[in-house]
Design a protein around this ligand. Structure first.
Ligand code: GRF
Length: 191
């Protein structure tokens, strides 16, 4: 059973999907720690309500290397084996990535390599693509650029709004991320 470390910045609905999947017995893993970099992150409150180990390490004003060392320390203290970025809105340093080689996943709301970076759903609508989706990929120093592990498609309907598309992509994410973690947790190693 893999010990997960989940990093969030906001709502944390992907973290909740992981927690629900564990609770339902679909994912054989444990959440060792949920770390948020913003004290107001709703996901931290949800983690506390679920009696999980929720830790806030505020990032504001801190040098990236210094912050990332604090993150690594917290993850290691909790025996984390696999790190999941679930809406963690910060770039990670090479030091951090070296700390968990091949053991950091991210979920992104587009079919990468299309629409990396911020507001992927808006980018998809602006380009008029007919299909978008979400991607789970390994994290490297290149933003949204690591090897793709799995993707789920979301068709874009006529007259689709940003809100309706965001809802559909989120729903796809909530199914995809726990299933990828389950697959990796079942393997000898996450690589
Ligand atoms: C998700 O759309 C994810 O793809 C992106 O940030 C969003 C986080 O949503 N990286 P939530 O905090 O899990 O609800």
């Amino acid at each position: 059973m893999k010990r997960l470390g989940i990093l969030i910045s906001g709502r944390g609905s992907n973290f909740e999907a992981i927690a629900d999947s564990i609770a339902a017995g679909e994912l054989d893993a444990s959440i060792a720690v949920v770390i948020g970099n913003r004290p107001e992150a709703r996901g931290l409150e949800v983690a506390r309500q679920r009696r999980l180990n929720a830790v806030c390490i505020p990032s504001k004003g801190l040098d990236r290397e210094v912050y990332d060392r604090m993150l690594l320390e917290e993850l290691r203290q909790n025996g984390v084996e696999l790190v999941c970025l679930a809406g963690f809105m910060r770039l990670l340093s090479a030091t951090f990535i070296r700390g968990y080689p091949n053991r950091i996943l991210n979920i992104h709301p587009s079919l990468l390599p299309a629409f990396p970076g911020l507001d992927a759903q808006r980018q998809a609508l602006e380009h008029g693509v007919k299909v978008t989706g979400c991607t789970v990929h390994r994290v490297t120093a290149v933003i949204d650029g690591g090897a793709i592990i799995a993707q789920a498609e979301v068709p874009i309907a006529e007259g689709e709004t940003h809100e309706s598309l965001a809802r559909k992509v989120h729903a796809a994410e909530h199914a995809l991320l726990p299933s990828v973690i389950a697959r990796l947790s079942g393997a000898q190693a996450a690589g």
